[in-house]
Design a protein around this ligand. Sequence first.
Ligand code: NZQ
Ligand code: ZN
Length: 384
Amino acid sequence: MNNFQFYNPTRILFGEGQIASVADNIPQGSRVLFAYGGGSIHKNGVYDQVRKSLEQFEFFEFSGIEVNPSFVTLMEATSLVQRENIDFILAVGGGSVVDGAKFIAAASVYEGDAWNIMTKPNQVKQALPLGCVLTLPATGSESNGNSVVTRYETHEKLGFFSPLVFPRFAVLDPTTTLTLPQRQVSNGVVDAFVHVIEQYLTYPVNAPIQDGFSESLLKTLISEGPKALANPNDITVRSNIMWSATLALNGLISSGVPQDWATHMIGHELTALHGVDHAVSLAIILPPLLQEMTEEKHAKLLQYATNVWNIDSGDDASKIALAIEKTRDFFELMQIKTRLSDYQIGKHDIPEILGQLEKHNMMQLGERGQVTLDRTQKILLNAL
Ligand code: NZQ
Ligand code: ZN
């Protein structure tokens, strides 16, 4: 196992009725920004519950944070925070709202052009405190220090990490997820699944605890994901999915092991250029990436085939091929199509994707920097 530091300061408030605890977790006398998205929280009672919990605070609403949050919108919220001397941000919604809140928390106290937070390393020296009420299990943003923001005019979707933007608390009430449309249930399960894969499916470093956690999360998502589609009102299933998605990207399973993230980096360019949902971009890229990296990932692919998919017959090559096929089948079972051509993206679009990756310095991706532009080109060709 490699050396590591593990830090996760987010208090998890899990279960039905936990939105009421928001009030106890925001410092007395705070001036709060209540930030949310396009209005789904009006339809499932979350808005009313949050308002009630904020009764004792002076709060300001900011709605309209988009899916793949826009820099321009977030800068509007930042101006509101500065104008009204707001000192606590409460994000209510999915990963886009939570990511957006993290950017606002950092940008509000940043001197200079706030886009630098996304383009230059280690820009965040301070940030306002934030908390969240999560309504879409997927990204893990509720309990990590990552944020992904899009600048639409330049088709740039970039991320930053800072330990200063971990939410102080995250309310995970699975009943809030019952109103999710099928598309978002599918997206959430597949996003969480790929998060685990990108921290697990690299090369062995004798880390059985991390591997065991990862395999358990993968198997849970494989069993519970289709159940959530078949029985959308099953709250037990929703609870298991919600907790899986948080644990998939809260820093625990990545501690002391190599990480990949090539699928995510290539996927972000697909979303920025072609507007495909985040999870869809991952479902398209992961299978051909695993194929391309079969040699480098050989040992872990075999372990994945055996421990996650219970494949115990055949030679190594056929076990690995079957595990990759089962991975694609799982995405399709979750109602996500896995080919670029399913989204009208063709061979002629590949040079532009490669160009953006080059521009963003994404030319040596993966756990050992072996996913070069040449190999990404092959991956994209195999994704057609
Ligand atoms: O905007 P509203 O009206 O709230 O509707 C949202 C949105 O349309 C809707 N929704 C959310 N909860 C709902 C609901 N609809 C009905 N009932 C509910 N309970 O779902 C739609 C999608 O929401 P969004 O927040 O965009 O989805 P997700 O949570 O998948 O977040 C995606 C964003 O997170 C980034 C992605 O790149 C993307 O920008 N990521 C963030 C990560 C992180 N911070 O660690 C890691 C991920 O890899 C990812 O990159
Ligand atoms: Zn993701």
